[in-house]
Design a protein around this ligand. Structure first.
Ligand code: DGL
Length: 269
């Protein structure tokens, strides 16, 4: 099969990356996507980089070898922080590997009015220091404050948004003095897109929010175009696999994707 007709592989620790998958599908409806959510090992956000790394190796092998994907998108900040360099070097010159961190960093440095940036993310992403290092390298004058916000992902997964519980958790985190005077906030976890409006309201719309949906989809389209890998016509239906299928995941998956979808169980081990 011609490479351009092959699917785009997208993976995350669970269903959060469906927000990224949807943005990709919306921008490039002629592309087939194969999504893998590693729900059996979720959450990644409080696991060690070594363990996450081993999961990532199995998933990328599945997407590249079994599903014949032409490119792999790491639709998870935590896995991007721990394993992007490894995957990129392993597949250099063969498959484009895209992470969710670089496109956000590139977008932030384009806006010279941004002097102070906040980051909310999982513990592992914050502790990796990857956002901090990449942003400082591109713009040494930018000030950055980071905060691990581990309650947000499970809260969102359980469907809490625009209510008393979400208001109180969001306020508790964002009222941290670190975030005083920030011009921009990175939503450094794929789940957080679902509460972007609520976060924006918290800041009265005065703080620019960056997430990995549209920014990443545009970046991916550029890369596929440059590599001659853009599909002209969708050959097969999208596939959505998860490594542990429960009623809860099935119910919330459509909320994350923004459209109805059917999850299939795929055990890699
Ligand atoms: N989706 C993951 C991310 O973007 C967070 C969820 C988890 O902890 O597994 O970092």
């Amino acid at each position: 099969m011609e490479d351009s007709k092959k699917p785009i592989g997208i993976f995350d620790s669970g269903i959060g990356g469906l927000t990224v998958a949807h943005a990709i599908s919306k921008l490039m409806p002629e592309e087939q996507i194969v999504y893998f959510g590693d729900t059996a090992h979720l959450p990644y956000g409080d696991k060690s980089p070594e363990l996450i790394h081993s999961f990532v190796q199995d998933i990328s092998q599945f997407l590249i070898q079994k599903e014949q994907c032409k490119s792999v998108v790491i639709a998870c900040n935590t896995a991007s922080a721990t394993s992007y360099e490894f995957l990129r070097d392993k597949h250099k010159g063969v498959f484009p590997i895209i992470n969710v961190i670089d496109p956000i960093v590139e977008e932030i440095v384009k806006d010279s009015s941004i002097k102070k940036v906040g980051l909310i993310a999982t513990k592992t992403t914050v502790e990796s220091g990857v956002y901090q290092e990449k942003l400082k390298r591109r713009n040494p004058n930018i000030e950055m404050e980071v905060l691990a916000t581990p309650l947000l992902a499970p809260m969102i997964e359980e469907g809490f948004s625009q209510d008393k519980i979400s208001h109180s958790v969001i306020e508790n985190y964002l009222s941290n003095p670190k975030f005083k005077d920030i011009d921009a906030l990175i939503l450094g976890c794929t789940h957080y897109v679902l509460i972007a409006d609520e976060i924006s309201e918290y800041f009265d719309g005065k703080v620019r929010l960056f997430d990995s949906t549209d920014i990443l989809a545009l970046k991916l389209r550029d890369i596929l175009k440059k590599e001659g890998l853009l599909s002209k016509k969708k050959e097969s239906k999208n596939k959505f696999y998860i490594s542990d299928l429960t009623k809860g995941f099935s119910e919330s998956a459509s909320r994350f994707y923004g459209e109805n979808l059917r999850l299939e169980l795929m055990k890699l081990l």
